[in-house]
Design a protein. Structure first.
Length: 333
């Protein structure tokens, strides 16, 4: 959700019973401004989010960082100033060692009021993070997730139970697990809860939210795409054509198959030519997206379940209601 999940989206989710995250990513130059906007929106929102903020001083949204690139000092200063309720740490060059100073400083400058979430994508990674960092939550991302994640992973269907078994064996069950990857509605949330997760993280569904800071061409492609297992793919092509080279080797990204991917993988086009064509495609604006387009459309395998643009608050409400209905409808005899 880099560059897409801004203050409006994060606050809307948090004001309706979810926990919205501001995507700071690897460029935190706008972080202070975005948190200032988020704080103002919360103060104007009414309801529980405003009440919690006024009573505790803790901003009821989280902030997500891509740690191989995020400036440490700038990030910690913003966290100290605004005290978001959680930080989501992801993508360090060395996991978990590079996150040790982040965890220490976040807890220190907020007196523990900002909770630590760390994203993992494999059981061994989850164990290393749990033992080395003692986070408040592990975001356990399966291979169905859109955008960046481990190139080699399992689906949350097996990953969540195995991670939880590993935590139980080490007496670390106080660390919550959040399921991520392929979850776009209440059915997915109910499944995640049935697996033992404390909750679910949803990204692809909110690409089709009214508050998403997203190009119209990108959003239309999310609504058009179907059969995500067939029409999305994990690859590094989508980074290479955009000239982004900071990701550690163990990561790639899942996106909707387009001409950039086809030319690179099936036709052997050089990165130099592919990048040049991508840059030309940018001049087309919204017309640059689509199966024959070249602009990157990160999305998970659940993209085919996303069929309409809705306010983020409605997405949250619908997801919670559907999950309750699914759980209540499960036969117990």
């Amino acid at each position: 959700m880099l560059n897409i999940a801004g203050p409006q989206l994060a606050v809307s989710v948090s004001s309706t019973g979810g926990l919205g995250f501001l995507a700071a990513g690897f460029d935190v130059s706008s972080l202070d401004h975005n948190l200032e906007v988020a704080a103002r929106l919360v103060k104007q929102s009414g309801g529980m989010a405003q009440q919690v903020y006024e009573e505790t001083g803790v901003l009821p949204i989280g902030v997500g960082f891509i740690n191989w690139g995020a400036d440490f000092k700038v990030s910690i200063a913003a966290i100290q100033k605004y005290t978001p309720c959680a930080v989501w740490l992801f993508g360090p060059k060395n996991q978990p060692d590079d996150l040790v100073p982040w965890v220490k400083e976040v807890r220190g400058v907020t007196s523990g009021r900002t909770k630590i979430w760390v994203q993992v994508g494999a059981v061994d990674e989850a164990i290393a993070v749990a033992e080395g960092l003692r986070p408040d939550a592990l975001v356990v991302q399966g291979s169905d997730a859109g955008g960046h994640g481990l190139a080699h992973s399992a689906s949350v269907l097996t990953l969540i139970p195995e991670v939880q078994d590993a935590l139980r064996e080490r007496d670390l069950t106080h660390i919550a697990t959040i399921a991520a990857g392929g979850i776009v509605d209440g059915r997915g949330l109910a499944a995640a809860l049935a697996l033992g997760a404390a909750g679910a993280a949803m990204g692809t569904r909110f690409l089709a939210s009214a508050e998403a800071n997203i190009a119209q061409g990108y959003q239309k492609e999310i609504l058009r795409a179907s059969d995500g297992g067939l029409n999305t793919i994990r690859s590094t092509v989508y980074d290479r054509v955009r000239g982004i080279g900071g990701w550690p080797n163990r990561y790639d990204g899942r996106g909707i198959i387009n001409q950039s991917y086809v030319d690179a993988v099936e036709r052997g086009m050089s990165d130099e030519e592919n990048k040049s064509l991508y840059e030309e495609e940018l001049k087309k604006g919204d017309a640059g997206w689509g199966p024959k387009g070249r602009l990157t459309t990160y999305a998970g395998t659940g993209v085919g379940l996303v069929r309409e643009i809705l306010p983020a608050s409605t997405i949250v409400e619908n997801t919670l209601c559907e999950a309750r209905d699914v759980i209540r409808g499960i036969p117990v005899d």
